[in-house]
Design a protein around this ligand. Sequence first.
Ligand code: FHN
Length: 448
Amino acid sequence: MFRSLSLLMIPILAATSLATATPRTAWFEDARFGMFIHFGLYSIPAGVWNGKRMTRNDYAEWIRFQHDWPNPGGIPKAEYDTLLKEFNPHGFDPDAWIAEAQNAGMKYFLITAKHHDGFALWDSKVSDYNVVRATPFKRDILAELTAACRRRGLKVGFYYSHWLDWEHPGGALPPWPEMKEDPPLPHPSQDAYDGYWTGKCLPQVKELLINFKPDFMWFDSWGKPERYLTRERLGSLIRLVRETQPTCLINSRVGTQEGIDYLSMNDNRFPDKGFDQAWETSGTLNHSWGYHRLDFDWKPTRQLLRNLVNNASRGGNYQLNVGPTGEGVFQPAATRRLREIGAWMGVNGTAIHGTRPAPFPEPAWGRLTVKTLPDGGVRLHAFVFHPKPGMKLTITGPNAVPASARLIETAEPLHTSAADNGFEFTLPRHVPDDNMAVAAFDLPTTAR
Ligand code: FHN
């Protein structure tokens, strides 16, 4: 029994609001897990051009710019644009993509509406450089995917490369404008960049907001983008989103932390502490974001699950990326991982979705989350890394022994007892998974 109702409830309820669940970001924080998709013209060459593997960061979606690096400009535009005629992903099935996301336990879906190469995946009236007007495929990929998300109850968001656009002469920035290249790479003038900003970027973002009413936008910049992403330009972009689609969330990679809704970590970076606002990590299944035919560097499912648990326990989301092939299908290695995660989430997702970080010290043996139950009770979850039968573990912080304790997967009850500044629990003789065991502890009704 808890020594004091108020002592227990205060820290736990404080924790549930700690992650600043404002009305706008509440769904995002409850969701915790989403799918990221990189798909575009670059999915066809898939990291290889004229039989030669791309150089530098080996991200397939960068092939236009950095193939044969440091040759400035990479693949000439006219040559790259031959991909337009080839873009015809017969295997694209929006419902199949969204079903994979949903079955993996993902609650939202994010796709590259336009990546750095400037190619748009919707029927843009602003630029003909898009899937409907410039390719034989002619289908509005974003419209179809948005409809599939709405049908299945997933939130939808768009990646939009606002900073770089290699198709528009004014937006064709080298990747890191502050970098000194030898010879120096050409930079557009501020006037030329304005041509891109007001002639393509802002009107295309407006189109996305009006046509699809996205739940969130994921803008992309890094390093020191302020030479082009000035306060004034960023102000115009953020205002546009707020005025056109007030519920739409904006991430920090827009280029500022002012006036945004959630922080985006650097790619594949999983911080060891949370933040006092909503945040996420976008991560890859292998190395490249876009489909790369020579990328065999697949991460094991247990590592992906660990990333998810680490972030959730620290109040963060995880956006796991898939790079569909030029045919528009997921690679078997991606599908297997998504389904393994889905099997795990089908059992343990309750300890991830709708949770907040526990207000207790993070144990060395694993991670904790809490959630408020519909009847007002509070449930604490413990993720035990590398569990061993009979292990005795302590959770420091709660001032009482829980009313009930069990492994989520098997419902096997766990023995608990009071310990200094917390309680101790014992894993059973049979642990169902030697990577991670997930336990749930209910607070006694008398504590409500
Ligand atoms: O340059 C991009 C990269 O291609 C990819 O889209 C990632 C996803 O976070 N963002 C940029 C690099 O940080």
